[in-house]
Write a protein that binds this ligand. Structure first.
Ligand code: F6P
Length: 799
């Protein structure tokens, strides 16, 4: 109500000011107009009076006797508005004047005033209106020629009421023309006019005031009604009813409705983004789930790559965190859940820091969980890791046009190492039903091996790389063994439904198993495995973590200074392991094409590739690294010049903090994997950009492309398309970057790694509950059967 009043005041105030101004201007104008009207009125009245008296006046002049004329004039002058009158001779002397005639007024003065448009004269007694009207008649001869003496006496005569006879009344020849015998001067009182004008002024002001008041009241009423209508209309729009709802007739809102709804949706999106996910998955929530639904059961992780590597450095032993998506994802889960992580101890100083059971508490200084290290001989590593896992399964599953190599020896070693890790799991288990999280393609056989020793264990296997179609997988000589090994899992997880489908079709093709598509389960040899998609992610940075990062401008300054980049450089970055599946060659080709197509970017566009060396003892990886180096050199030679190097290849390991700084400094992050299960680099870039700036260019062949749809999605095999996307990213306006990045951040925030682990553990908990219930049912059934057979025996005995 108060708001409505305020709104109305905004209208009423200008209205009042306008009305006051109108009154101020109208009053003098009105005065002038009425004065003219009155003057005209008085003139015509004067003419009437003069016309009536004209004969009397002419007679009086002709006879030289003015008493009767004067008496008549006195009578006429009794009219309330005619104040006085007099008769002037043609030579400007008074012949006769009524009693109230102003003494100071001469005939000439009267004539002068009457010639003016307003005929107004201010006398001591107040304003008067003068009318001078000619008196026409036959010419008369003067009785006595005027002498200087008589002229001298005229002043004295002028003060008397009657001055005649000054002219001799004499007959004029019969054919003479009428001439002006004198002038009748009428003095009208104007004080009544003043009074009228004041009245008019008063009426006008009252009228304007009343008018203003009426307008104000009408405005307020109409505004109140309209306001209610608009408010209801807007409410209807907000409720999404639109303007078609008959209850809300506000057609004037129609043009705004669409815009308003659009804006509201934007605001809602923004609000949701700010609020974050409704029920966010956090470390605490994951811990709570573990304790409530899994009753605090022990968690054991098995992976090849260890989360912390102890190395000999210049200043003694240093701890390094490997460039591994698996580690990035699983490590925060382990910090939340505690337990034991079993992994290959690959660091040069690893043995020096473990206890008698080959365990070391990590993270250093926090000791949240144990890292149990398994030592592999060089031969074991060659056969199991480099050989079967990375020369066989890796290219087999990635379909990246590198031929898989399968050697019998490698396979044997792979089996043996899987067994060693499985034995370690059994040794670490404190109960018969631990939760075992098996990671990746290095351990396809391990689930069945653990299941054999710990049938009650909940085994969750996550395959971090793609799963190919049955034909591609079929080229592996040990395809059946691998599938059987994986089906030892309680739950087998992939990043996408597409990979789940490929796996189920592969099982269908090569094993005798029952597949239930509807429940996504596979029953093989009386054991059931749930095959599900769990898109992996990263830990969303906490406010404390973000606070430690430092502003984006500082990151940019440091990185630019380190690389010697000009201030206006558009910086694109790629962060990968030196792996042929990552599409590093393809993105370099795209950078080269961009500089070719858009020469204006030469000197202003710089691409930095961080490439951590990996699996370098394999020929395929070594030659891949060499090709990258050659291509980099070629581009730099072609487009570089003093002070400008278009491509910087940083082929060394970078710690997560350094990568984060680079992400924050960059304009563009380029992820062009030729095939990737998920790709966590893309999510790390998004998490790093709390300024909501920066563009993510993402391969459609990375699992992340299914979630991060606001990225610029490219086909890395198409150089032209990727180069154009680089250009689009380079010129993308800040507002569009913000829009895309805010949405990406909201996705990664919600679908974080705790959600990934939480969903798997919840499914596992449900699974365990089901298994327990089934066991109890079986027990009852057994008891019932025993009782039944006992009953039968006793009945037959009796009979
Ligand atoms: O992509 C699957 C994955 O296990 C990643 O988690 C990791 O980045 C990589 O493969 C393994 O690399 P490495 O052989 O160096 O452990």
């Amino acid at each position: 109500m108060f708001k409505t009043l305020r709104l109305q005041l905004r209208f009423l105030l200008p209205l009042t000011i306008t009305l006051v101004a109108a009154a101020y201007l109208a009053v003098p104008l009105l005065d002038q107009v009425t004065l003219r009207w009155f003057a005209r009125d008085l003139n015509s009245r004067g003419q009437l009076v003069a016309g009536t008296l004209s004969d009397n006046a002419a007679d009086a002049i002709a006879s030289g006797r003015y008493e009767r004329l004067r008496a008549t004039m006195e009578r006429v002058a009794q009219d309330e508005r005619l104040f006085a009158m007099g008769l002037c001779s043609p030579d400007g002397r008074w012949l006769v004047r009524t009693s109230g005639f102003p003494r100071e007024l001469s005939c000439q003065q009267a004539e002068t005033v009457a010639a003016q448009p307003e005929h107004r004269l201010n006398l001591a007694g107040g304003p008067v209106h003068l009318g001078v009207h000619p008196v026409m008649g036959m010419p008369v001869q003067p009785l006595v020629a005027q002498t200087p003496a008589s002229a001298a006496s005229s002043a004295a005569q002028a003060s008397s009421l009657f001055v005649g006879p000054l002219i001799e009344p004499r007959a004029t020849p019969g054919n003479a023309e009428p001439v002006q015998l004198g002038q009748l001067v009428l003095v009208h009182d104007l004080s009544f006019m003043e009074r009228r004008s004041q009245d008019t002024r008063r009426y006008l002001i009252v009228f304007l005031a009343v008018l203003g008041f009426v307008i104000a009241v009408i405005t307020m009423v109409v505004a109140q009604l309209s306001w209610r209508g608009w408010v209801n209309g807007v409410r209807a729009i907000l409720r999404g009813e639109g303007l078609l709802t008959p209850m809300v007739p506000a057609p004037e809102l129609a043009p705004f409705a669409k815009e308003m709804q659009q804006r509201l949706r934007d605001l809602e999106d923004e609000y949701r983004r700010l609020q974050g996910p409704e029920t966010e998955w956090t470390a605490e929530r994951l811990r709570a789930l573990l304790h409530s639904q899994l009753r605090g059961d022990q968690v054991i992780v098995v992976s090849n790559r260890e989360p912390y590597i102890h190395e000999h450095g210049d200043d003694g032993v240093v701890v390094r965190r490997p460039a591994s998506g698996l580690v990035t994802a699983v490590e925060p889960v382990m910090r939340a859940c505690s337990g034991t992580w079993i992994a290959h101890g690959s660091g040069s100083a690893d043995r020096e820091v473990v206890d008698a059971h080959d365990r070391v508490a990590v993270p250093p200084g926090h000791d949240d969980y144990y890292l149990r290290r398994i030592w592999l001989s060089a031969e074991e590593e060659r056969g199991y890791y480099f050989g079967f896992a990375n020369e066989g399964l890796w290219p087999l599953c990635h379909v990246a046009h590198v031929r898989p190599i399968f050697r019998e020896n490698d396979w044997e070693t792979y089996k043996a190492v899987n067994q060693r890790f499985a034995d370690a799991v059994v040794a670490e288990a404190r109960s018969e039903d631990p939760v075992v999280l098996v990671q990746d393609y290095h351990f396809a056989l391990l689930p069945a091996m653990v299941r054999e020793k710990l049938p009650q264990a909940t085994i969750l296997t996550f395959w971090h790389i793609p799963w190919p179609n049955p034909e591609s997988f079929g080229i592996c000589p040990w395809r059946r063994e691998l599938l059987q090994g994986l089906l030892g899992s309680t739950i087998l997880g992939f990043h996408t439904r597409f990979h789940c489908r490929n796996f189920m079709e592969t099982v269908d093709r090569y094993l005798e198993a029952r597949i239930e598509q509807e429940h996504s389960t596979i029953s093989f040899q009386d054991k059931e495995t749930l095959v599900e998609a769990y898109p992996i992610s990263i830990e969303w940075p906490t406010p404390a973590t973000v606070a430690g990062w430092g502003p984006v401008v500082d990151c940019r300054q440091r990185v630019f200074a380190r690389l010697g980049l000009a201030e206006d450089t558009c910086l694109a970055v790629g962060v990968d392991r030196f792996d042929y599946t990552k599409g590093i060659l393809e993105r370099l080709n795209a950078v080269e094409r961009l500089l070719e197509k858009r020469p204006e970017w030469v000197g202003r566009f710089v691409f930095v590739q961080v490439a951590a060396p990996t699996r370098s003892s394999l020929e395929e990886y070594r030659s891949f690294q060499e090709r990258i180096e050659r291509l980099t050199a070629r581009i730099n030679e072609r487009f570089g010049r003093p002070g400008y190097q278009p491509v910087h290849l940083l082929a060394q390991h970078h710690e997560p903090e350094q990568v984060n700084e680079l992400f924050r400094a960059a304009n563009i992050c380029v992820v062009t994997s030729l095939h990737d299960g998920m790709n966590l680099v893309s999510k790390e870039f998004v998490a790093a950009r709390d300024d909501e700036q920066g563009v993510l260019l993402l391969s459609r062949f990375a699992g992340a492309a299914r979630e991060l749809t606001e990225a610029l999605i490219v086909n890395p095999y198409h150089v032209e398309e990727t180069a154009d996307a680089l250009y689009q990213a380079a010129i993308m306006p800040s507002a569009e970057q913000r829009e895309r990045m805010a949405s990406l951040r909201s996705t990664v925030h919600e679908f974080n790694v705790y959600r990934w682990a939480g969903h798997m553990l919840s499914d596992a908990a449900r699974w365990r509950l089901r298994a327990r219930v089934e066991a109890r049912v079986r027990r009852f059934q057994r008891t019932d059967l025993t009782a039944l057979s006992e009953l039968r025996t006793s009945v037959s005995d009796r009979s």
